[in-house]
Design a protein around this ligand. Structure first.
Ligand code: ZN
Length: 471
């Protein structure tokens, strides 16, 4: 069981101590201890042939109906008492549901366990109900989850994670708190494999919050005390002792190791389209899919991390400080095993043009995009001291006292810069430099072999020596 501490605490000391009687395995307090051998029994590994490796996460679309009776038969639960119970459907959005499923997959990834959210057509499986309220299952309010429990694996058990429970602490619902919901489902399912509570804030078997509430709890491969608010003897004998439990080792012994996932995710741009014209603060939406699950998608603009999204639809809002010209967008999707998939495209900020074809006379055409020209403050070719003086945020310095606002261009493309400018190489790309097409302004221009150098302040490259050549 996992109580909602905010409820337990606000209800006062009595409710709190009621929760603590959970160790004595009273029904009121949560565990339904179904092991006839009693408290402290030796943890028993199941016969591998009897173990189902499937967890069916059931959102109870349209509601679930459960009948009283022993766990082990689908839709029958001995948690619910003597009457038929109706569990209301998961109250969150599809995106919230998918995020919880993905998180539980991630939590169980080390083990040979398959998480599905469609009921298997046949065979044995654990049902993790992730829906409803505790009252609907005959449980006291404040209980976030409950599971049958014995000192070993329970086949075909039904665990409950009451995803629709309000969370007074955050004025939301359990289903909207990904880390908390994931914690509850992980704990309740593992009770059905014979795991007790662990007095370890990093392990999902705990009652203790993480120091950072957004940190996901994972099964710890480390023996430690059982317990809720404080350490106590374990309800089962694990490894010849009731003094400690190792969650990871018990689950590994029950299910075996998972198969490493080497299939990378795929990712693409839903918005903006490739080569689209964009405006400052434009939005990016990524489509990302994976055979197991996506953990996050990152957006980079011109190589700089611009945002991280962990929940579909993977959406980003970019900086309003974007400069005129072409920009490279890159998406990186990570799956639950940290395999990555990438997509890149270029977009432009500014009116499209062919050379010389800008309707605004103060603008010039650079690489197909209109941008501020030399007669505009901060425009291409205007003098500058710092990057921030330039619309392009790039102030070039040829090392001989000439400093002009520059913009990137491709030296291999004829006519990449407007009239009066030439494209000179600058590291891996180039910049438009005044006079470089005529050999006039900007100093040194004599040789065809481009022997002089240019120092660039901007373009995010730091101070950099540039080989100059004719554009
Ligand atoms: Zn529990």
């Amino acid at each position: 069981m996992k109580p909602n501490w905010a409820v337990a605490i606000s209800a006062g000391i009595l409710a709190f101590s009621g929760m603590m009687t959970l160790a004595s395995a009273e029904r009121r307090a949560g565990f339904v201890f179904s092991d006839p051998r009693g408290i402290g029994a030796e943890f028993q590994l199941p016969n591998p042939a009897t173990v189902s490796h499937t967890i069916f996460m059931n959102r109870c679309a349209g509601g679930c109906t459960l009948t009283p009776g022993s766990d082990g038969t689908q839709n029958q639960s001995d948690i619910i008492g003597n009457s038929t119970r109706h569990i209301s459907q998961f109250g969150g959005t599809d995106a919230q549901w998918n995020a919880i499923v993905s998180c539980v997959k991630q939590t169980y990834a080390p083990f040979n366990v398959t998480i599905v959210d469609q009921r298997p057509a046949s065979g044995d499986y654990h049902t993790a109900i992730v829906a409803g309220l505790p009252s609907e299952a005959g449980q006291p309010s404040g209980v976030l989850g409950v599971s049958p429990f014995s000192c070993g694996y329970l086949p075909n058990a039904i665990s409950f994670s009451f995803a629709n429970s309000p969370l007074p602490s955050s004025a939301g619902h359990e289903y909207a708190d990904l880390a908390d919901a994931c914690w509850t489902v992980s704990q309740e399912t593992a009770h059905s494999w014979g795991l007790d509570h662990k007095h370890d804030p990093k392990d999902p078997m705990t009652y203790l919050p993480s120091p950072d509430p957004t940190t996901l709890k994972v099964f710890q491969n480390q023996a430690g005390s059982c317990g809720e608010g404080s350490p106590r003897a374990c309800n089962c004998t694990y490894n010849n002792s009731t003094a400690s439990m190792n969650s990871y080792a018990l689950i590994m012994a029950t299910f075996g190791p998972g198969t490493p996932d080497s299939t990378p995710p795929t990712v693409s741009f839903q918005l903006p389209a490739a080569s689209a014209s964009i405006l400052p603060g434009f939005s990016v939406i990524a489509n990302a899919t994976d055979n197991v699950g996506i953990s996050k998608v990152e957006l980079r603009v011109d190589g700089n991390l611009a945002g991280t999204s962990t929940v579909a639809p993977f959406q980003f809002t970019t900086s309003t400080a974007i400069t005129q010209g072409m920009h490279t967008l890159e998406l990186t999707a990570y799956d639950l095993s940290d395999n990555t998939g990438k997509a890149t495209e270029t977009v432009q900020y500014g009116q499209s043009c062919t050379n010389g074809g800008c309707t605004d006379a103060s603008q010039v055409c650079v690489a197909g995009t209109c941008q501020a020209g030399p007669n505009t403050t901060g425009g291409l070719g205007s003098t500058c001291t710092n990057n921030s003086d330039c619309v392009s945020n790039s102030c070039g310095d040829d090392g001989t006292g000439n400093k002009y606002c520059v913009t990137s261009c491709d030296p291999a493309t004829a006519g990449a810069c407007p009239s009066g400018f030439g494209c000179i190489s600058a590291g891996t790309s180039g910049v438009c430099w005044p006079g470089a097409d005529s050999g006039g302004a900007g100093g040194c221009s004599t040789g065809g072999n481009g022997s002089s150098t240019l120092m660039l302040v901007g373009l995010g490259l730091g101070a950099m020596l540039l080989t100059r050549k004719r554009g």
